[in-house]
Design a protein. Structure first.
Length: 338
């Protein structure tokens, strides 16, 4: 797999994470409930994925609503108001509408009139793609601050009759505020991003775009749902996340033993275990919450980062590794000095 590692430009202002937030819809759907929908079992889901339950957004609760609620908490922690925000990037594959971008609705919800707002579509790697875009935008001085959000309402794009996919995904949102780092008070040390469009068909939503518009009167409803070749994706996920992790660690001038906390994409416990083993990171130094939320795509790393932050899992100066993998195929990693 190709990989493009990006190390910090010496001319750039260092950038830190000044606040995090997350929001999960109230409704909990357990594995037992799924047993009534498809031919599956709590035992299969738990042993093959580690997932025990997931959250499902209410009717009328859109991706932008989840995103705005997570963003409000991140802004509060950073000591900013919506009106102070200069840049909003929402990472999502389940936008409220094809156009305009979900970030535009979020701007409206937050009253961030002066902010430039747009979406990034990089599936489960989206939050880390947004992190790198925001880091370089604030680090270059082009924007004074940035609000990045990973938000998904995957329940709207899952085929609830397909046991291969419907047991895996959930809804939720996570956010972070990026500010210039003054006096070396924590900073993003490196990012590594990669894409392999040749593998696009392994994981996609085939319908709904210009290649295959969905017609109200045509029976092509299945094309509106997430389709995945799970076993193939699994292999790519392990390899790409391992390589991306090593690239970011090396770009930061570190070794794996310097990592105090690993926050991986939350798709499958077996994928996380395989990466941890290959990187030789202690299992206790890994943040895992997929048992509660399932795979929330672009929101997963963002929610985990916020929960780790609010649980006090990161102390000042700790080196934290974030890594993700998703449709595209895409992969991404970052090292943050907390
Ligand atoms: O977030 C973006 C990236 N996504 C991922 O990283 C996901 C990567 N893939 C995976 O996590 C795993 O491949 C899955 C969890 C999706 C599937 O696990 P697996 O161990 O790879 O199972 P499999 O697809 O090889 O299927 C094994 C068996 C099959 O039955 P047969 O053909 O052996 O009789 C499936 O039909 O398990 C069956 N199966 C199920 N059985 C009960 C598939 N889904 C289910 C289910 N309940 N929900």
């Amino acid at each position: 797999m190709k990989n493009s590692a990006v190390s910090p430009d010496q001319k750039m202002i260092p950038v830190r994470i000044a606040g995090t937030g997350s929001y999960l819809p109230e409704r909990i759907m357990t594995n037992q409930e799924l047993e009534d929908l498809v031919d599956t079992s709590d035992d299969w889901i738990t042993s093959r994925t580690g997932i025990r339950e997931r959250r499902i957004a209410a009717e009328g609760e859109h991706t932008s609503h989840l995103a705005a609620k997570a963003a409000e908490k991140a802004l509060e922690q950073a000591g900013l108001d919506g009106a102070d925000v200069h840049l909003i990037i929402v990472a999502t594959i389940t936008p409220d509408t094809l156009t305009p971008a979900t970030a535009c609705y979020v701007q409206q919800h937050l009253g961030s009139q002066r902010a430039v707002a747009f979406d990034v579509s990089a599936a489960c790697s989206g939050f880390l793609y947004a992190l790198e875009l925001a880091r370089t935008s604030v680090g270059s001085g082009a924007f004074r601050n940035a609000l990045i959000i990973g938000a998904e309402k995957l329940s709207a794009f899952v085929d609830w009759n397909d046991r291969n996919t419907c047991v895996l995904f959930g809804d939720g949102a996570g956010a972070a505020v990026l500010l210039p780092s003054e006096n070396g008070d924590g900073k993003i040390l490196s990012c590594a991003l990669g894409t392999d469009g040749a593998q696009a068909e392994l994981l996609n939503i085939p319908g709904g775009g210009s290649a295959c518009p969905l017609k109200v009167d045509a029976p092509n409803e299945k094309l509106a749902y997430l389709a995945m070749q799970g076993r193939e994706v699994f292999k790519h996920a392990v390899n790409a996340m391992k390589t991306a992790s090593i690239d970011a660690i090396e770009a930061a001038g570190l070794t794996a033993s310097d990592i105090k906390l690993l926050i991986p994409h939350q798709a499958n416990l077996r994928i996380i275990d395989a990466i941890v083993e290959r990187l030789e990171i202690d299992r206790e130094d890994v943040f895992i919450n997929l048992d509660k939320y399932g795979n929330t795509s672009a929101a997963a790393v963002a929610i985990a980062l916020d929960e780790a932050n609010r649980q006090g899992r990161m102390e000042k100066g700790d080196k934290v590794l974030l890594v993700a993998f998703g449709a595209g195929l895409t992969w991404a990693s970052a090292i943050i000095e907390w």
